[in-house]
Design a binder for this molecule. Sequence first.
Ligand SMILES: NC(=O)c1ccc[n+]([C@@H]2O[C@H](COP(=O)([O-])OP(=O)(O)OC[C@H]3O[C@@H](n4cnc5c(N)ncnc54)[C@H](OP(=O)(O)O)[C@@H]3O)[C@@H](O)[C@H]2O)c1
Length: 322
Amino acid sequence: MALDSVPLGRTGLRVSEVAFGTWRFGRENDEGDVEVGRERAHALLDAYADAGGRFIDTADMYGAGRAERYIGEWLAERDREDFVVASKIYWPTRDDPNGRGLNRKHLRHNVDEILERLGTDYVDLLYVHRWDDETPAREFMRTLDGFVRDGKVNYLGASTFEPNAWKVAKANEIARREGYEPFTVAQPRYNAVNREIEGNYLDMCRDYDVGVVPWSPLAGGFLTGKYTRGEEPPEGTRGATDQQFVDSYLTPENFDALEEIEAVARDVGATPAQVSLAWLTHHDQVVAPITGARTPEQLRENLDAADIELTTEQFQRIADAK
Ligand SMILES: NC(=O)c1ccc[n+]([C@@H]2O[C@H](COP(=O)([O-])OP(=O)(O)OC[C@H]3O[C@@H](n4cnc5c(N)ncnc54)[C@H](OP(=O)(O)O)[C@@H]3O)[C@@H](O)[C@H]2O)c1
């Protein structure tokens, strides 16, 4: 299997049809253990690149900067030009009243830190990780436009504004009026059991030519089928350590939807994880789901989703499951 490239929405850039997410890189759990350390991070990036993967998703706050450092060390051994790297800014990264959000001081400080940690002159795609109610949209759109003009950033994205489609629309209207670079990519949560963005938000994305790069495409692992109705989550899984995950995902309605996905998976001879990812890659507004695999074995299974063809009827069965 080799991943194909697809257009990043209406931009001229091409990216891999499945992106690789690095949220767990360098992240400390409640016991203070690092979930994915440097060695495993590099093994995961190797497995992704070996499959032809070129679209890496990170953020300034993942692993308190460690994720970007691990990626930077790995990129230093490769041709940086072969990869499309996306990062994000918003969450607090310094103990300072200005060390958060989308104010100009924080954006300028953090974009330089991102470049330093990644060891690169530019990021291909910079997302605002969340909307900032305290900073006027005109202030941050102008600052972000400056990054594009300076060559520090190539494209802009908006992460997790859903369900508030109006925020992206407002920012892009300011960009249109002022001649600033608009958001051309959105990164919302979207998977077969989280359908919040359908309707208003996806309509906005279509109208504004905003490509969709979904996070949690496997509902944090629920859609792999490794959780069983009425049973304790298996040891070592996200469900075993994260009560919020249990409350939001391990619900009777989700298990009903999963049964339909498992039936489609049997029909196409694939795993529920692969079919769930294929459902997203078949969606006409989705650019590339961001897989968050934690081990190289999980990652290889997920990337094989690129070989799966769903019929219109199979796509619709999953769409109707929830
Ligand atoms: N913009 C944002 O606000 C935002 C928010 C969240 C995530 N993201 C991005 O999206 C990426 C993906 O998010 P996510 O981690 O929630 O995605 P996900 O793919 O829905 O969930 C990943 C989890 O699913 C399990 N898993 C994946 N493949 C598996 C397989 N083949 N077999 C068994 N279990 C498997 C693993 O769980 P276990 O740990 O239980 O093994 C893994 O940690 C992140 O890395 C990050 O880059 C962005």
